[in-house]
Design a protein around this ligand. Sequence first.
Ligand code: 5GP
Length: 110
Amino acid sequence: MAYDPENIFAKILRGEIPCNKVYEDDYALSFHDINPQAPIHVLVIPKGAYVSMDDFSAKASDAEMVGFIKAVGNTARELGLSDPGYRILANHGPDSHQEVPHLHIHIFGG
Ligand code: 5GP
């Protein structure tokens, strides 16, 4: 599946659509999910153009992979979730019902 630069998270990355930001660095942006499924529900997305974990794990550079995973941890710490704990999840493809074709890791807490 080719990357669609008009997907909603690409628009958020370009600043064309607002988000409730939690964390940002050179590799990733984190923001609150618009339709939370837990008391705390935050999405972490890489800044690169990757459709899903399948695409990212095959094509991203080592620096992008390290940066993205660190950003997930930094986001959870920013949210104060290290001690209480949290769940992470990423959907890939039709069988997972992935809705937005830009890689995102869900963080669920609370
Ligand atoms: P998926 O099913 O693709 O893993 O999850 C997509 C998530 O993106 C859903 O939880 C949905 O609520 C969230 N979402 C969709 N559009 C927007 C948006 O415009 N802003 C934010 N913050 N979240 C969105």
